[in-house]
Design a protein. Structure first.
Length: 319
């Protein structure tokens, strides 16, 4: 009990609406819990309550668990529903924007720590966008800890790596960058392994960068400074190639798009379609759902479709 008291810190409070919210759109009744996942690192966890097997929602980059305030409660009749705000965002702790602090496996370990602390057994994890990396990290390293994984437009290379898809350059760059940072401090055995991985990755990174350079031609310039924590999160990608848990994968395709946005670039559209086909080919047992003209946050434009498909997926999971 003493250990548990240290891990669940500060306060647990029911809110309606949530006064302590990190989101102006927070309108659902839930309990806020702060869970310690590492020294000085505390995560905001939302508990919407409910009865039945657990579901845990993970938000996209820069977002919080409050993104699911309208969707999550709609599963309460048959499931106990939670949401986790990852480190660096919302009311969760924000360690320095060092990629080591935001490594995808580190973020996935945070999720596992929350499950352990709150004694959440074999949940279904529902991850949006960049959360695909956390889902695939757990599905690769700890598949026995989850009942299933739901990828909500979270199909990009950080969740499903394929060296033959041009979008893999994002993961390749993260791997090489991470290895080079570690290399100068590594002992002989680790340094040898790092050299091998860098040499294996560089040819594909060059191909990917050549492709990326071609996509940039003719695009308008923009003046925006990326958030350092978001940048560190993206630098923490790994090449996940063997997810073992049952999967439901939503594709929002084609997406509605404003002029000049990335989706209007033919090369990007072709590469994203290759990525989707790669997942369908590699994971034939996964349930794949394509929803046309849905927003990237699919539940905001197609809530009924998301609820129907998730419920069907949950019903057919092995018990």
């Amino acid at each position: 009990m003493k250990k548990l008291a240290k891990l669940i810190f500060a306060f647990t409070v029911w809110t309606w609406p949530c006064i302590a919210s990190s989101s102006a759109s927070d309108t659902s009744a839930h309990k806020i819990i702060f869970v310690t996942v590492a020294t000085g690192i505390n995560l905001e966890v939302l508990d919407w309550g409910g009865n039945g097997s657990p579901i845990v929602f993970l938000a996209g980059l820069g977002a919080t668990a409050h993104d699911f305030d309208t969707l999550a409660p709609k599963f309460k009749n048959t499931h106990h529903v939670y949401g986790i705000t990852r480190r660096g965002f919302g009311l969760s702790s924000a360690p320095p924007p060092d990629p080591e602090n935001y490594d995808a496996n580190r973020l996935a370990d945070d999720v596992i720590s929350v499950l352990d602390t709150l004694k959440i057994e074999k949940p279904v994890l529902v991850g949006h966008s960049v959360a695909g990396a956390e889902l695939s990290s757990i599905g690769t390293r700890f598949p026995e800890r989850v009942a299933g994984l739901v990828y909500v437009d979270a199909y990009y290379s950080r969740g499903f790596y394929d060296a033959n898809v041009p979008l893999a350059y994002e993961v390749d760059a993260a791997v090489v960058s991470r290895d080079l940072r570690r290399f100068q401090w590594a002992g002989p055995k680790e340094a040898s392994a790092l050299v091998e991985e860098i040499q294996r990755t560089l040819p594909n990174l060059k191909k990917g960068l050549d492709w990326y350079a071609r996509t940039l031609k003719g695009l308008p310039e923009f003046n925006s400074q990326p958030d350092l924590i978001e940048h560190a999160t993206l630098e923490g990608d790994h090449a996940y190639v063997n997810v073992k848990a049952p999967m439901l994968v939503f594709f929002a395709v084609p997406k509605p798009c404003q002029p000049d946005c990335k989706d209007n670039n033919d090369m990007w559209q072709a590469a994203e379609e290759l990525q989707r086909k790669s997942i369908e080919a590699k994971y034939p047992e996964a349930r794949i759902v394509r929803i046309a003209n849905a927003d990237h946050s699919i539940w905001e434009t197609n809530e009924e479709d998301v609820i129907r498909e998730v419920n069907a997926f949950l019903r057919h999971l092995p018990h």
